[in-house]
Design a protein around this ligand. Structure first.
Ligand code: AMP
Ligand code: MG
Length: 509
């Protein structure tokens, strides 16, 4: 494990031409202190988590000290926000400090969110508040714990600097860690400003650093595209194919755990298929496919059930921006592959949740009737699957069924339709070859006990605003391994209280 000053930096992005960003020095926050550090993320960087308590760490990541080896830079990108192109975007309140290189040659971007104004801040103050930083800190740990690709957060730092949102709040910084901070919007910027040589340079950069297998003769075969029109191999077509696949897998992951991102603008879409830029995100409590987590999303453009089609819309925007490198008809053909990957990945994830190793045609009916049932009775999505993970085949026998149904009493207002569904499920389980005990173990590993419910995040925020950070660390612990029992934290697995379901999360952060 290394100390902070022992980290090795290899800053490849800042070596790109100046059109890609602007060097900016972070602006200091007052009286900084550590709120929380995520030891798992420290480990990824080979950094001793105890370093987070040092003055150097706290001062470095609140803009009070410069760390040797870093080259702070605000990235330039643009993007489509709620369907409209905005040329005026870029890191307005965050900086890429540098890229840490580990002993295994893994490269991690270190990004400081809330570090002050940049040339891309527009009317903004360049700051992030403690409230929204806690949400991103816990949200990213939650998705990572669920096995869904995401940016990470190494630590959260607080200060006495006042920041005005709807009211006065405290400024904070979040140290975001990711394989890359490249967004769809990076490519859109270069396309719409007619910098096509730089567009190619960025594509080459992405391939070299993140999809190097596409450069070898053997690697990345399934994504290698032999372009239809002229039958030559186009590496950029392979790159887009890879991005489409990674995005489809990401969305399958979100839909399976009930995660709503809330602001799927193209500037918030990662080319590596990472969950990126946590704003007013939310996890489903009751199963409601129309769930809109973003209070400012009046039309429901980014509602939970719109995410699959919005991701494709965003991929089309990216594909269009890549037309100087890929023929239009090939872009269309590549985009066509999205649905198949999404469908395959989503159905595999949902079969895992129901403990169905075999793939059978009648499963479609079993799933659709389940979703209908969950929606009609507004059943808690997470708790339903977790409860189901404790129901053995014997529990579903005619004599045991009434008792088993009692375990769902808390979740259903009327259990008659559940009974019918469980009977169909019992019949379906007869076709499973694995023994029942391993099936239930498998299901527990795919149906989390803990998710980051809005009300839990809110409670942690309320306490933190009063100076008590213990709940942040407790939630971090359960969310990092959400499939485990953690009996000492059972209360975090409870159904949300009524007030907790009605929380409105605004875009202000
Ligand atoms: P977001 O809605 O967080 O995805 O941000 C959209 C754009 O607004 C990005 O270019 C951000 O950098 C910028 N932005 C968001 N909040 C602020 C802020 N407080 N100060 C400056 N720029 C901001
Ligand atoms: Mg953003």
């Amino acid at each position: 494990m290394k100390t902070l000053s022992q980290l090795v930096f290899n800053n490849t992005y800042s070596e790109l031409p100046t059109t890609f960003g602007t060097a900016v020095i972070p602006q200091p926050l007052s009286d900084p202190f550590l709120v929380s550090v995520n030891p798992q993320v420290a480990e990824m960087l080979e950094l001793d988590p105890l370093e987070a308590k040092t003055r150097l760490f706290i001062d470095t990541f609140t803009g009070n000290e410069e760390l040797a080896g870093t080259t702070p830079l605000a990235m330039k990108y643009t993007g489509h926000q709620f369907g409209h192109y905005n040329p005026d975007l870029g890191d307005g309140r965050g900086l890429l400090l540098g890229e840490v290189l580990t002993s295994t040659n893994t490269k991690w971007d270190i990004h400081l969110k809330g570090s002050g104004k940049t040339p891309y801040s527009r009317q903004g103050d360049g700051r992030a508040v403690l409230r929204s930083s806690i949400r991103e800190y816990l949200g990213s740990a939650a998705l990572n714990g669920l096995g869904i690709k995401t940016t990470h957060a190494l630590a959260l730092l607080g200060s006495t600097t006042l920041v005005f949102r709807e009211k006065m709040e405290r400024g904070a910084t979040l140290i975001r860690v990711a394989e890359s901070h490249l967004r769809f919007g990076h490519f859109e910027y270069l396309f719409y400003t007619h910098q096509h040589c730089e567009l190619k340079l960025l594509a080459d950069y992405l391939i070299k650093h993140h999809f190097p297998d596409l450069l070898t003769t053997e690697g990345g075969q399934e994504d290698k595209q032999t372009v239809s029109a002229n039958q030559h191999h186009n590496i950029y077509a392979s790159m887009l194919t890879r991005i489409v696949k990674l995005t489809a897998r990401l969305i399958a992951g979100w839909q399976s755990v009930g995660f709503a991102h809330g602001v799927m603008n193209t500037d918030n879409m990662s080319v590596l298929g990472l969950t990126f830029d946590y704003g007013p995100f939310g996890f489903l409590d009751d199963y409601n496919p129309d769930y809109i987590c973003n209070h400012s999303d009046y039309s429901g453009r980014y509602a939970f059930n719109q995410q699959p089609s919005i991701a494709l819309w965003n991929l089309s925007a990216l594909g269009y921006a890549l037309t100087p490198l890929i023929d239009k008809e090939d872009v269309d053909a590549i985009l066509d592959s999205y649905h198949l990957t999404l469908q395959r990945d989503y159905s595999a994830r949902m079969r895992n949740k129901l403990g169905l190793a075999e793939k059978r045609e009648e499963d479609t009916v079993l799933f659709s009737s389940l979703f209908e049932l969950l929606q009609s009775q507004m059943v808690d999505y997470t708790l339903f699957f977790r409860t189901l993970s404790s129901i053995s085949a014997t529990d579903l026998s005619v004599s045991a069924l009434p008792n088993s149904i009692e375990r769902f009493d808390d979740l259903f207002s009327c259990t008659q339709p559940l009974k019918k569904w469980l009977k169909a499920y019992a019949v379906r389980l007869n076709f499973e070859k694995d023994d029942d005990e391993s099936r239930l173990e498998w299901m527990k590993q795919h149906n989390p006990k803990y998710i980051l419910r809005n009300y839990l995040a809110q409670q942690a925020i309320d306490k933190a605003e009063d100076g008590d950070f213990a709940m942040i660390d407790e939630l971090l612990q359960v969310l990092s391994s959400p499939f485990d029992e953690h009996p000492e934290f059972n209360q975090f697995a409870d159904k949300p209280p009524y007030w907790g379901k009605k929380l409105e999360i605004s875009c202000s952060s």
